[in-house]
Design a protein around this ligand. Sequence first.
Ligand code: COI
Length: 356
Amino acid sequence: HNNTVEVVPPTTTISDVSYDLADIDWDSLGFAFMPTDYMYIMKCSRGQNFSEGELQRFGNIELSPSAGVLNYGQGLFEGLKAYRKQDGNILLFRPEENALRLTMGAERMCMPSPTVEQFVDAVKATVLANKRWIPPPGKGSLYIRPLLMGSGAVLGLAPSPEYTFLIYVSPVGNYFKEGLAPINLVVENEVHRATPGGTGGVKTIGNYASVLKAQTVAKAKGYTDVLYLDCVHKRYLEEVSSCNVFVVKDNVISTPTIKGTILPGITRKSIIDVARSQGFQVEERLVAVDELLDADEVFCTGTAVVISPVGSITYLGKRISYGNNGVGVVSQQLYSALTGLQMGLTEDKMDWIVEL
Ligand code: COI
């Protein structure tokens, strides 16, 4: 008799997409720098526009000891991530927002900046050249670090005569050593991150150097990081060393309003939209430090930290705890919504994802 067997392909959830992966331990990524294959470099003179850039093998760069960035801190950075989707495609999250923020910062720091198109094209080229460093789905992301700096020599204080735009990338996992577990913050009463009229609202490198001391002291005392207050009243929340902050009370989610001293985070902005679309009332306003006392939940947002739930905040020696030692429900819900979009697991109704 006829003995033919119909061959039915097995249904499987295991992806049959194969891709070249760097030979590293993908299960132990934290937020440490790891060199990759290529970096992107583009230069221009003061008064000119950026035109042509190129990919180069990743390595050290040469700078005059008199470079503006080294002597007077004329430098900005950006941060964004690429995720690998289950089907092998690569996703970027709102890269044009980073381009626009860099342009605003460049204006403040008297630097030329690449156009949005140049920025996004350079990010894409750098990610594709370093494709084998993008973690498999669920293992992390490729952190993309654009830099813009005064690379020409100066001696007297003045804008640098030459500028370098550079992008490097590094595979990353969780930012804080706590992983996805709640972090413990301490409110800083002496050191301030930013001043009215200063550069707190742009991503200049000096904003980050200036908080290293408070951060180091806090870490030595066992805290994860520092929450800064405004320098005028010492009363309103500003941000954490590397991220923005949100306070949840009932159905209302509040975050410090952008007023020149707070970094306009792209994750911050996205979470405001996501939370509103889920029915929360979101308020951008002055948030007084006393409100921490009766908040239901507190969480931080940033490209590097994604959404980090806060387990406790210590203010004037008093420890306030949140979320019953676990992750609060609102933080969890927003984390799932945001990462679902970023990783390509949910439909991108906002048109935020750029697929490579
Ligand atoms: C980011 O979240 O991407 C940042 O640029 C913050 C940095 C301190 C890691």
